[in-house]
Design a protein around this ligand. Structure first.
Ligand code: SF4
Ligand code: SF4
Length: 503
């Protein structure tokens, strides 16, 4: 018996998994094939998390699994997902796609679900116009795959590598982050001023693992999540509408790829509702984001093509979706979305720019699990905000709110990964398990770059201004809602129907 081996977690997990169909737990059965007779078990059997064979975000190679239980540490300990529901569960494996288990797995048994082949096919197809975008956090981590120290800035080299790989256009997800700030800060402004009849606090919506976590565990709070799509989705929808029209490109021929620090983005791109551009053109087959590659997958493609990031000249993003503000850039760090949002919300409330000396919103920076801060806005009063990263910390905050111990927030930023996207499940595995030193090095570089930029407020970005002048008209317009705020076919449906929540 496993219990006789003095193992942790494995007994309960194996018992629970007897309720699963073999196909559900991974084709090879719960215990990897090589360990199906107890005398072959490794010395330290601690068990493992279930992974659905049809997961669109993560994959497991059974042959590499040593049942060490590190994935349990990540999923249950750090993220408070595994074992926070009761088995048996019906038709599902509860996973929010964050990929933190990948970052803890010592044997690389767990990986992202690869999208390299699909992207290569698109690049080789002469009828496809292949557009790629890169998330803020990727440019301070890609270098690590090529031996550079954590936090090395390789933005221009990454762009050059993507052009060398054959992408037709290279755009910046930080531009999409500026666009998100325009929409989200306007939504916030309208809730605070009573234009929208909705309750505070407003939760950020750009992290799909957080959104799924909320749908599973806190369905009563789902309606507090901003209606905005994520920066990745906003760029995808804008490319297939505005950019396609402007350049007379058939949207059906455009293939959009996103380089992300994230595995949850793979799942987000596949959510039913993420086809705003398809609905715009009357062809539901058109998806806003066709494929998502993690930073590790991009590095793999580069290495296969003999491209070394350290030997590349820097190149610029392509206009007209390639310019970003410092606000868009710091989206990659915990607290960055809130900081950027306040820079622009201040403008909506006062019709004046946030004074330069208030641009660095230091109380929301850093790696403390739950951060609280306030901003004084003339004529409005005190805006109280909270920032949380890591889903375990998120659970602590939300439970305190449910108990009435934490109240009065106007806005809350939630990022599923420790440190925010710089610590995402698609980043290089430069420390195992990831630690705060690594996270801090990546974060520091984003803040340093932001501090050096002249353009630090999203609403000042000239490409964003042009986009509204030429297409969306104004933040929160009818067209902006159609393309940038996902429509959930059955409403923002809680996922709790098929699980029993335990704490
Ligand atoms: S991706 Fe995240 S939620 Fe899913 S199994 Fe891994 S750690 Fe758990
Ligand atoms: S914090 Fe960032 S990297 Fe992590 S799941 Fe959310 S969006 Fe993805």
């Amino acid at each position: 018996m496993l219990g006789g081996l003095g193992t942790v977690g494995a007994t309960a997990m194996l018992t629970g998994c007897q309720h699963f169909d073999k196909a559900i737990v991974g084709g090879e059965g719960w215990i990897p094939k090589q360990y199906q007779r107890s005398k072959y078990w490794p010395a330290q059997v601690r068990g493992r998390i279930p992974i659905h064979p049809e997961s669109v975000s993560i994959d497991r190679n059974d042959e590499k699994c040593i049942l060490c239980g590190q994935c349990i540490e990540a999923c249950r300990g750090v993220q408070s997902v595994f074992k926070h529901y009761e088995l048996p569960i019906v038709d599902d494996v509860i996973c929010v796609d964050c990929g933190q288990c990948i970052m803890w797995c010592p044997t690389k048994s767990i990986t992202e679900k690869s999208s390299i082949n699909q992207v290569m096919e698109a690049l080789e197809d002469p009828n496809k116009f292949v557009v790629v975008q890169t998330a803020p956090a990727t440019r301070v981590a890609l270098g690590e795959e090529f031996g550079l120290p954590p936090g090395t800035w390789v933005q221009g080299q990454q762009v050059a590598a993507l052009k060398e790989l054959g992408f037709d256009r290279v755009f910046d997800t930080s531009f999409g982050a500026d666009l998100t700030i325009m929409e989200e800060s306007k939504e916030f402004y309208k809730i605070v001023t009573g234009v929208y009849d909705r309750h505070l606090p407003l939760f950020t919506s750009c992290c799909p693992a957080w959104v799924k976590f909320c749908e599973y565990y806190y369905p009563d709070l789902v309606h507090h999540i901003s209606s905005c799509g994520s920066p990745m989705q906003m760029v995808g929808a804008t490319v297939k509408t505005y950019y396609a029209k402007l350049n007379n490109i058939d949207p059906e021929q455009i293939y959009t790829v996103a380089i992300m620090p994230c595995t949850a983005k793979k799942a987000e791109a596949k959510r039913l509702e993420m086809n705003a551009s398809g609905r715009y053109w009357g062809n539901e087959e058109i998806r806003d984001a066709d494929a998502v590659l993690t930073v590790r997958e991009l590095a793999q493609m580069m290495k296969s093509a003999g491209i070394d990031v350290t030997a590349l000249p820097e190149k610029d993003y392509d206009p007209i979706l390639g310019k970003s503000s410092g606000g868009g850039l710091i989206f990659g760090a915990t607290g960055g979305v809130m900081e950027a949002c306040m820079r622009t919300a201040y403008y909506w409330f006062t019709k004046q720019d946030l004074p330069d000396e208030m641009l660095d919103f230091k109380p929301v920076r850093g790696l403390k699990g739950i951060k609280e801060a306030s901003v004084e806005i003339p004529g409005v009063g005190t805006i109280r905000v909270a920032v949380v990263h890591g889903l375990g910390n998120t659970r602590v905050l939300l439970d305190a709110m449910r108990r009435g111990e934490k109240t009065g927030y106007h806005m809350i930023e939630v990022m599923a990964c420790p440190g925010g996207c710089i610590g995402g499940g698609g980043q290089p595995r430069s420390a195992l398990p990831p630690n705060d030193k690594l996270r801090q090095e990546r974060i520091e570089k984003l803040y340093k770059k932001d501090a050096l930029m002249k353009l630090r407020r999203s609403h000042k970005n000239p490409e964003i201004k042009a986009l509204y002048e030429n297409f969306y008209e104004k933040p929160g317009s009818k067209l902006a809602y159609k393309l940038l705020h996902p429509v959930y076919p059955e409403g923002r449906k809680p996922r709790t129907d098929n699980i029993n929540i335990t704490v």
